[in-house]
Design a protein around this ligand. Structure first.
Ligand SMILES: [Fe+2]
Length: 438
């Protein structure tokens, strides 16, 4: 991970407290029972997230640097290791929900213990030792922020499985209609993408490198629910010509006929959100659609998905970059994507509404090297069978995302807060019956 910034102990302690407190604030509306449920294998219980991010600091910071280290509980190393082979065996991911002990309150005790030990360690280090350790602690901040976002995505699914349809928090946006879709033209050419080494970046954002882009354009806002309803009404989920073969097989095997959290009741489509279950709001971005669905929608619209290089270049250096809006993230009012707002001449909804599917497979940038040791498992080993998403979403903690950030999920993932931005020009667009979303 890259971060040439020099930390002092006070700044590290302050940020540590801030990040850790935010996790507890997100968990505070949830009962111990809420925090224990695992509603599907992709979802982890809230209390597991709270414990795992604590395990991360204990394993990657305290274990090697705390004088006289011994783990808070031996078995916690087994329970709260996520996927680090080099650290040792771990409890099966899909069975995290059957663990009733430690309970949510016990996890709080674990967190407080590690917090005290982290404080003692950081404030006892000399300058040279602090400089060496600070990048790993900073990685722990960003790791915990990733789990803050996951905690919200996961509890959304947990609560969606309850017939009482409970809300997590927040209030819905007022019903609204989408405005006209605009386009931002980008010249292309030989451009650079990737992290430039200033400030924090994950290893998968490196190294910065050159990419050739044909001229292209990006939609100035995300695809809306109203446009997605037109896709559905035009047989979008029933016409094979829009779908990749794998996607067509998947939607038929699992009978997908609408976005993940939509359900039809008496002819009206409703959507489950963190702020409750409401009639689908036409002007909001469509969310919780898979890569397969995003790609099929683009095909139906006679457009395509942007590549990750197109997305990053347009946001950082394109002619529309100065007017590009960052509506969020982490809106405490809705916990749900919001309307695009007035046209700006640039790109709207870039960093704060939905993670945006790209046409780019998640793989290593030229010259990529994972870090040495167990921490090298953080990103690199997942570089197969996944697609890159860019931007950020309304659940992403403030300050966590950036224009070079590469999120990634498998093609069929729908529980993540993902949406769609269309592209056109440059690489050949998929041809198909044109919808109205253009
Ligand atoms: Fe993790």
């Amino acid at each position: 991970m890259t971060t040439p910034f020099s930390w002092d102990a006070e700044s590290l302690v302050d940020l540590y407290r801030e990040v850790r407190a935010h996790t507890e604030a997100l968990a505070s509306p949830l009962s111990p029972e809420d925090q224990t449920v695992q509603s599907m294998p992709d979802v982890s219980p809230t209390k597991w997230h709270r414990a795992h991010v604590t395990w991360f600091f204990e394993t990657f910071v305290l274990a090697d640097h705390e004088p006289g280290f011994s783990p808070f509980q031996d078995k916690y190393w087994f329970l709260f290791n996520s996927y680090y082979e080099a650290v040792g065996p771990r409890y099966a991911r899909e069975r995290r929900g059957v663990i009733s002990r430690p309970g949510a309150n016990d996890v709080g005790v674990y967190r407080a213990n590690v917090d005290d030990r982290m404080h003692d360690l950081v404030t006892s280090l000399d300058g040279g030792s602090l400089d060496k350790l600070a990048p790993t602690i900073e990685l722990g901040f960003h790791h915990e922020q990733q789990h803050q976002e996951l905690l919200l995505m996961d509890i959304k699914h947990v609560l969606s499985c309850n017939p009482l349809q409970p809300a997590y928090a927040g209030v819905p946006s007022e019903p609204c209609e989408p405005d006209d879709l605009g386009w931002a033209d980008v010249e292309g050419g030989l451009v650079e993408i990737g992290h430039d080494g200033s400030g924090f970046g994950f290893d998968n954002e490196l190294p910065r490198h050159q990419v050739w882009l044909e001229p292209y354009r990006l939609a100035d806002r995300l695809v809306t629910n109203a446009e997605w309803l037109r896709f559905m009404e035009d047989g979008g989920y029933a016409r094979h010509e829009f779908w990749l073969s794998d996607g067509w097989a998947r939607i038929n095997a699992e009978e997908w006929r609408a976005p993940f959290y939509w359900q039809e009741l008496d002819g009206v489509w409703f959507e489950h959100t963190l702020n409750g279950t409401w009639p689908v709001n036409p002007g909001l971005p469509v969310s919780h659609v898979s890569f397969y669905e995003a790609e099929a929608f683009a095909s139906w619209a006679g457009k395509r998905l942007p590549s990750e290089a197109e997305w990053e270049h347009a946001v950082t250096n394109g002619p529309a970059a100065e007017a590009t809006t960052t509506t969020g993230p982490a809106d405490p009012a809705t916990y749900h994507p919001r309307p695009a707002g007035p046209a700006t001449g640039g790109l709207r909804q870039i960093h704060g509404d939905c993670w945006e599917w790209t046409s780019s497979a998640y793989h290593a940038y030229p010259g990529f090297h994972p870090a040495d040791g167990a921490i090298g498992e953080y990103n690199g080993k997942f570089m197969s069978n996944q697609m890159v998403l860019r931007g950020g979403c309304v659940l992403t903690p403030t300050g966590h995302t950036r224009s070079t950030y590469r999120n990634f999920f498998p093609h069929a993932s729908r529980w993540a807060l993902s949406g769609v931005r269309l592209a056109d020009g440059g690489a050949p667009a998929t041809t198909g019956p044109a919808g109205d979303a253009r």
